[in-house]
Design a protein around this ligand. Structure first.
Ligand SMILES: NC(=O)c1ccc[n+]([C@@H]2O[C@H](COP(=O)([O-])OP(=O)(O)OC[C@H]3O[C@@H](n4cnc5c(N)ncnc54)[C@H](OP(=O)(O)O)[C@@H]3O)[C@@H](O)[C@H]2O)c1
Length: 263
């Protein structure tokens, strides 16, 4: 485990407030706080979204990416959220901007993963209409799943490159995300960690597919034209967000919010 990870102070829930969580081999306390939810009744997947935003709401920093707004506290919970998921779902824009490569579960988190009966490999599923994969996901020993639309001009090439089973087609102009989650669920991938970006997360939220949002608030104010975690030209039917917990380290606030219908 990297040594530079900071302790996290629990602010919420109130009955655990004041507890300090020092970094530990295997991170048992964080496994408790970040247990991946089970699919709700009638659902094929449980979707947790994980995002970071500045105090003024930007999901991007001045470098146009999230790298310049995150830090070690966010990294500490990020690695646990990945380790408890079956699959990371990401928009192709993010995979290209952030240079995604095949994912690996950190060594100190593998035993707990095996004890839960999860496969050792953490899968990656990329959502794209264009089929333009980042270089780091091409020609690898572990190809990603690519979730795409029937009109993708690169469909035949993707099937040849990745294998038929790795290319999931759902939707029309845009990927039908409910169908995509069902196809991943058919492959046993029901614990889904959605890592953005804003376009994909907005589509997921709009389709009512996100169970919870883990949102880190980075102690920066950046102004600028940055995207928000969820945004779009139209208002959503408001969802409620109930805080399941709130942690703090180095000015960063790490929240886990359970989403629900306001109605
Ligand atoms: N702060 C954070 O936590 C965080 C997290 C992730 C990303 N980011 C930042 O957000 C920026 C990227 O934002 P973004 O909104 O463009 O990201 P995005 O959603 O990852 O990428 C958009 C692209 O993903 C594909 N896509 C997403 N939803 C789709 C759908 N329903 N159907 C078909 N294709 C879909 C399309 O790819 P094609 O173009 O290939 O068709 C689309 O152009 C980057 O700067 C990244 O660093 C921040």
């Amino acid at each position: 485990m990297p040594r530079e990870l900071p302790p996290l102070d629990v602010l919420l829930p109130l009955d655990r407030s004041g507890t300090r969580l020092a970094p530990e081999h295997g991170e048992p306390a964080l496994h408790d706080l970040y247990a991946h939810p089970a699919p709700a009744a009638g659902r094929t997947a449980a979707v947790r979204a994980n995002m970071i935003a500045t105090v003024d709401g930007s999901a991007q920093g001045p470098d146009g990416r999230s790298r310049s707004i995150n830090g070690p506290a966010d990294w500490r919970v990020f690695r646990v959220m990945r380790a408890v998921a079956d699959v990371v779902l990401v928009g192709a824009g993010t995979a290209r901007a952030e240079g995604y490569t095949p994912l690996a579960v950190p060594a100190d988190l593998r035993a707990a993963r095996a004890a839960r009966g999860q496969a050792p490999e953490l899968e990656l599923a990329l959502v794209t209409a264009s089929g333009a994969l980042p270089e780091g996901l091409r020609g690898t020993h572990r190809p990603p799943y690519v979730v795409t639309v029937p009109g993708n001009p690169r469909l035949a090439d993707l099937r040849a490159e990745l294998g038929d089973d790795r290319v999931l087609v759902a939707g029309d102009e845009a990927v039908d995300l409910a169908a995509a989650l069902a196809a991943l669920g058919d492959r046993g991938l029901t614990r889904v960690l959605a890592e953005g970006g804003p376009r994909l997360l907005t589509d997921l939220v709009r389709a009512g597919l996100v169970d919870e949002l883990c949102l880190t608030t980075s102690p920066l104010v950046v102004g600028g034209p940055g995207l928000r975690a969820v945004q779009g030209p139209e208002w959503l039917e408001p969802l409620t967000a109930r805080p399941a917990h709130l942690l703090h380290a180095d000015g960063m606030l790490l929240g886990r919010w359970v989403l629900g219908s306001a109605g």
